[in-house]
Design a protein around this ligand. Structure first.
Ligand code: ADP
Ligand code: NA
Length: 332
């Protein structure tokens, strides 16, 4: 039996967006201090699978750390660090490159989406990314991984890698980690296209709410959010086949720690011109304290770096012995 341990990570690209916050960070905070060890990483090595301007990457790393701290992650309760500072991630990833099969990675839909038509020109890192993600989790023997819906397939791959490693070497060494995909905001959709998830890497800034957006920008983005012409349904079932309407209701519910049913009980039958300003007000009320705390923290980058360095040191005390035992099992 493995000791329960939580690991998750976010890429330091652009700015934290509302989907990251509701689907991931807010849930990281919920799992903190529940008696289970929690590790939350800034996955900079994943970010560089596509080109990143170096200065932007450094800024985005600190800004994400500030976002973690402002949201309530506490370095006294969770290990907060960036991936590149813990070399065991990449060392274990190499072993996993040799365990995972080409066919498994060929099935990853995120690679197909991100590489697009220009597959031959995608980086090798983008293709092998899920193996590094498996190493991120398993170098801590983590058992629980809170993520959004989009990471489900990668988590299945991490499970397959743990199982194959254990079988190949006749050991019960790696736990088979469980994805924790829960709540009303496991897949927040783009504000411009109800068939796409909200993402920091979407080229349209209007498609997402950034945690750094000011109140006017938030109000404008919700006002311009794509919707159908019908008023809100009288029941949650009535939102079926209306992805944009459903998305705005889910966002309202997640921001207010409520449910889609409760939101419909309040706003069912109302027009979007009534509902959208209420949604914007709620978003501003919840997010503006975070963004002002983030700006405050960003004024002292040395302190942010210090928090991350201390976290990396603690992370290595867990990762290094697990990597050493992995090498022993493999015979290297
Ligand atoms: P992005 O696609 O915005 O670059 P990442 O790949 O860094 O986000 O994902 C960080 C975390 O945020 C993951 O757990 C991911 O599942 C979650 N996440 C990303 N986008 C969304 C979304 N639109 N809704 C819910 N969770 C999301
Ligand atoms: Na993603």
């Amino acid at each position: 039996a493995f000791k329960p341990r939580v690991f998750s990570g976010i890429q330091p690209t652009n700015h934290l967006q509302l989907g990251n916050y509701l689907g991931a960070v807010k849930r990281f905070v919920d799992m903190q201090g529940s008696g289970i060890e929690t590790l939350y990483c800034i996955v900079d090595l994943h970010a560089i699978t596509v080109w990143q301007d170096p200065a932007d990457l450094t800024r985005a790393t600190r800004e994400l750390a500030a976002g973690y701290l402002a949201s309530g992650l506490d370095p006294a309760k969770s290990i907060l660090f960036n991936q590149a500072r813990v070399p065991e991630h990449t060392q274990l990833a190499w072993v996993f490159n040799c365990v995972a099969r080409m066919g498994w990675l060929n099935r990853m839909t995120q690679f197909k989406d991100k590489a697009g038509k220009n597959r031959e020109n995608a980086s090798v890192g983008l293709f092998a990314y899920p193996n590094l993600m498996a190493a991120d989790i398993l170098t801590y023997h983590a058992t629980k991984v809170p993520v959004g819906e989009d990471q489900k397939q990668h988590l299945e791959l991490a499970r397959d890698i743990a199982i194959k490693f254990n079988n190949d070497f006749g050991v019960d060494f790696f736990p088979v980690p469980d994805p924790i995909i829960e709540g009303v905001a496991t897949r927040v959709m783009s504000l411009r296209d109800g068939s796409k998830k909200m993402s920091k890497s979407d080229p349209s800034d209007m498609s997402r709410i950034n945690l750094t957006d000011d109140a006017d920008t938030i109000a404008k983005k919700f006002r311009k959010a794509k919707t159908d012409p019908e008023p809100l349904a009288e029941t949650v079932e009535g939102l079926a086949g209306r992805p944009e309407a459903r998305n705005l209701v889910n966002i309202y519910a997640a921001l207010g720690d409520s449910t889609a049913e409760a939101v419909i009980a309040e706003f069912g039958g109302r027009s979007f011109s009534e509902f959208k300003p209420k949604l914007a007000d709620l978003a501003v009320a919840k997010l503006s304290p975070l963004s002002s705390e983030m700006s405050r923290l960003m004024q002292d980058p040395t302190e942010i770096d210090r928090v991350l360095e201390a976290g990396a040191e603690r992370a290595r005390t867990i990762a290094a012995p697990i990597l050493k035992r992995t090498y022993d099992i493999v015979g290297i």
